[in-house]
Structures are given as C-alpha cells and as structure tokens.
Ligand binder design. Sequence first.
Ligand code: ARG
Length: 466
Amino acid sequence: MKSKKKNAKTITDSTIDPDVLAYTVGDDPILDLNLAVWDCMGTAAHVTMLSEMKGLKRPIVTKGEAATVRKELGKIAALAEKGKFVIRIDDQDVHMAVERMLTEKLGDLGKKIHTGRSRNDQVAVDVRLHMKDAILRTESELVGLAAQLELFGAKTGMVPLVGRTHLQPAMPSSVEMWATGHAEMILDQLENLEAAYRLADANPLGSAAGYGVPLPLDRRRTTELLAFSRSIHNCFGASMARGECEAALLSALAQLMAVLSRLAEDMILFSMPEFAYFKLPRAYCTGSSIMPQKFNPDVLELVRSKAAQVLGLQTASLSLLHAMPGGYNRDLQDCKWLYMKGLDITRTTLRILAKVVAGTTVDPDRCRKAFTPGVFATDVALRKVANGTPWRDAYHAVRDQFAALYDGKPAEVASIDPDEAVAAKCHEGTTGGIDHEVYRGRMETALKDISTRLGALQSAKKALFR
Ligand code: ARG
C-alpha cells in the first residue's frame, strides 16, 4: 500500500519516500546515540588533519577554523554525554546529525567538515573507538566477577565439596577449588577479548568510501590523534574490515557467556534443596504466583538463556557477513545492533553475577554430609600404592568392593574424613595447593593495563576537544 505521507528531505537525498527512509534508517537514531561522543572525536581528528594538510593551493579549513570546529564538537559531545543529543529521522544517523548541528552553528564551515571523508569510514572509526572503550569496561567488569569468586574461595577456605564427573560423585574437592576454578576460566576469557581489542585498535579513517580520495590525506596523523595503535593500510581493506571486528567481539562475548552460563548452572544445582551446599540470598530469588513456598534462581537461569542469545548474535553477525560482496553494503548497518546488544547482555550479566556470588552463602555441613564413601575410592587405592601395591591391582581391589556395594551386596569400604582428604592433596592447583596470589596478580595486572588504556583514550578525547 502506498504511504500517504509526503516525501522527506535529508542532507543526502533531496527526496525520499518516508517508508523507505524509515526502513533504511532503522534503529540508528537510537543506536547511534552510543556513537555520538566518538563521532565528534573522529570528526575533530579529521578536521585537524585537514587543516594541517600540505601541498594544496589553499587550505580546505584553516587551523583557526579547525579549532572553532573542535570547540563546537566538544559542546556537542558534552550534550551527548548528558543524554541531551537528539538524532532526527531526517538526519538518518549520528554523522548527519553532527554535521547538521555544526552547520546550524558555523554555517559554511560546518559544510566543509565532510571533505575527503565518507560515512563509511566515519562509522567504522566510531564503532572502533566505541568498541575499544566498551571492551576495556567489559574486561574490568569481568575482573570484578573473578575477584568476587576469588574472595568467595578465600572466605570459605577449604570447606570440602564433592568433586563430580558425569555429575556423579568423583573425588574430594573444596568450595575454594570450585570458586577459583571458575575465576580462572573467566580470567582466561580476557585473552579473547584482548584479541578483539587488538583488531579494533586500527584506524580506518581516511579510507573514505573504501577507495581513498584525490587529496593528500595524512592518515597516520588521525591514527595518532585518535590513539589507535596502527592504521588499516589498504582503503578497500578498511571498508571490508567493517563487521569483522564486530563478529570477533561477538565471538569473544559468546565464549565468555558460555563460561558464565556454566558457573550459573553449577550455582543452580548446588543451591537446589536436594544439594543445599549453597544458599542464594532471598532478595536474589523470585517467587511463584501459585506456589507460596518458591524461591527460584531465575537470575541464574536467565544467564543460561542470555548465553544462548549472545551465541545467536554471533551467528547472526557471521551470517550477515559471509555472502556480502566487497566494499560497503548497507547490511553492515545491522551489525551495529548485534555487537551493541551482545555487549549490553554480557556486561549486565557480569555485573549481576558478581552480585549473586558476593551474596551466596555456603553450608559447610551440607557440603561435608554429601561425601559418600565412593568419593574416597581413588584415595584409598592410592594408599595401597603407598604400601607397595601396583596401581592396577590396587584399583581392582577397590573397584571390587564398590561393585559389590553397587549391586547391593555388603562390602567393607574405608571411610575417610572429607577435611583430611582435602588437606592431603597439596600439589599445585589441587585442594591444598590453591595459590590466591596467582589470581590476585593476574587481576591486578589486568586492571592496571585496562586503566592505562582507558586513560589514553580519555586523554586523546580531551586533547581533541580543547
Ligand atoms: N548508518 C550507516 C551505517 O551504519 C552509515 C553509513 C552509510 N553509508 C552509506 N554508504 N549509505 O552503515
């Protein structure tokens, strides 16, 4: 059906069907708000570089004009930081909204800022700056959760916990080993986030629409002004790289979420009344509209479902990319929502889990009572080894006792004290050999590094808006 609305006018299109405008703009007026500050920063760097460009008959913008533009951009960025920046549908996106505002304020000077640039390299640079900042913040939240787990382990000391394989009782473990084991898995995820960070830390600005421009652009200069580690050398490559960073980040987030989901699953299991090793605070449980007795761990269940969602977002990003021809295509716009949503889900999950872990309590009696004789079977066999029996013979002797027990026949099984069993294992990384300094050192180094890099990004921003 034909729309009755009048055709709209935008900076780039003199006349466009309103339904087409709405469809193509999509959620950009909302999503791009996340890019506003970074867009101002990218433009400030571009204009500075334009004003310094050598070999032209007359400068496109003078140094004084560039300073005026930067000051105005600083004001727009401040508005954005206060949540007062508005992107109109006829702006289409943040890039045009900023150009409109600058033109309203500075007239012809505002119309010059897009010289030698395309929205393609502009959005690519915005996304990378936003991503660098967001990855570092995600990493710091990740460390926050790992720190809570490390503390949980330190507080509970060596409270014995049944270690399981196949979910069946297996060998003596401890709450400390469980908690710090999860902390270590989570800290390992920093590696994937760092890989995504390194990919994002390259400057596409100056590639324009993906093929460069006949102007003596100094791409190294914007790389330096924006605190990127390097430029993406090939302009076509720079345009191809849009979407790849997003997919790499989503892959890191999906893997992290899978790790968090396993933590959530353990906590659901260990807090169910049949286990009752752990207890979630009442305020973190939800009730039922019909069953008055219920205190459900919905928050942990949702961590599982969110892990599935982020995996879906990663799949969506790769599906979107895999058959797309080289050069810019509008499909890429839809990558924005995917990575932003992935970040949002992962970051809220990290924060909520840190809270849940901090509030969870341990019932040491329930943990000890869960030790059935079978949990000590391997330790018993190893005692026989200590007395000179070859391992396989010791294994079979103990196996026969437990097989009889399994078949309901009487069998004599040695019983060992769970606390003794936990204390008896002392080599690196086992129950009696958890070194908290390993975690504390890693977390401290990571946090220092994160704050240095966040600081560098902030200083670059400040310098550009001065
Ligand atoms: N909003 C667009 C995006 O995110 C900006 C780039 C538009 N470029 C273009 N050639 N239409 O992709």
